[in-house]
Design a protein around this ligand. Structure first.
Ligand SMILES: Nc1ncnc2c1ncn2[C@@H]1O[C@H](COP(=O)(O)OP(=O)(O)OP(=O)(O)O)[C@@H](O)[C@H]1O
Length: 245
């Protein structure tokens, strides 16, 4: 096993993953640099979600290696991977999946509370993020009393309030209308830049991908190629793409 390059917070090599014998990833390698926003694009079924789940330790590649800093995620026990996800990673799904019995602020504070942060500090962090995401006035309501778009904003606040090292966002604006989509994505990317978070964003939509520093395209579980941005001559900067298959 060879450790990843120093400037990659996440690094994966030769990822394969199959669901009941049906291949979803076939030899994807990728490096994600600290503090960058990386968009993973590709049509439905191309393997974006599976890649994010392998990178975040939810799924174990077979075969393949995933490293988070100097930790070989693919060799960690299930309990160690769960700790890593709880303490260092945030996850935003295309559906909000909130706890129905808890209010919006309690949902947003949940990862901090689980991690042992005091209730007052956790509440304050949750309320700040709910405000930033324009759902501060929903803080005391339960999910059933919220619109789907409001619930999704609460789920995004929940991922960011815990100040993870890496945020995995799997089509995070899918339940939002297009006007909301741009605003929420901008909030997410601005927050990532100001808090120096690394973001891996799976998206079907070119507008969302354009907010990223780099884009990696998947097709049929393999690398499709990076989409060059106009302001990145020579394939460097925003267009540089370290995925290979
Ligand atoms: N739980 C599962 N069980 C069986 N097959 C699955 C499962 N999840 C994904 N797949 C299959 O794996 C392949 C890759 O799916 P994946 O969800 O990773 O792609 P995706 O690019 O994220 O697609 P989408 O945009 O629709 O979410 C697809 O063929 C999909 O049908």
């Amino acid at each position: 096993m060879v450790a990843p390059p120093d400037n990659d917070v996440l690094w994966a090599r030769g990822l394969h993953y199959s669901y009941n014998g049906s291949p979803a990833l076939t030899g994807v390698s990728i490096g994600v640099r600290e503090g960058e926003i990386l968009a993973v694009t590709g049509p439905r079924g191309s393997g974006k979600s599976t890649l994010l789940k392998c990178l975040s330790g939810q799924l174990l590649p077979d075969p393949g290696e995933v490293w988070f800093n100097s930790a070989p995620v693919h060799t960690l026990t299930r309990a160690a991977r769960e700790r890593l996800r709880r303490d260092r990673f945030g996850w935003i799904d295309s559906e909000p999946h909130l706890v129905p019995e808890l209010t919006a602020w309690e949902n947003a504070a949940l990862p901090l509370l689980v991690r042992g942060t005091g209730r007052r500090a956790a509440k304050q962090a949750a309320l700040e993020w709910l405000e930033r995401l324009d759902v501060g006035d929903c803080a005391r309501r339960r999910p059933a009393a919220l619109l789907q778009a409001q619930r999704q904003r609460v789920a995004i606040a929940r991922a960011l309030a815990a100040e993870p090292t890496v945020v995995f966002a799997d089509e995070p604006t899918a339940p939002l209308h297009s006007a909301d989509r741009a605003q929420v994505l901008r909030t997410l990317t601005t927050a990532a830049r100001s808090h120096h978070l690394t973001v891996v964003l799976a998206t079907l939509d070119d507008e969302s991908a354009a907010l990223a520093d780099r884009t990696v395209a998947l097709a049929d579980g393999r690398r499709g190629g990076g989409i060059p941005f106009p302001d990145a001559p020579g394939g460097e900067g925003r267009a540089a793409c370290s995925v290979s298959a």
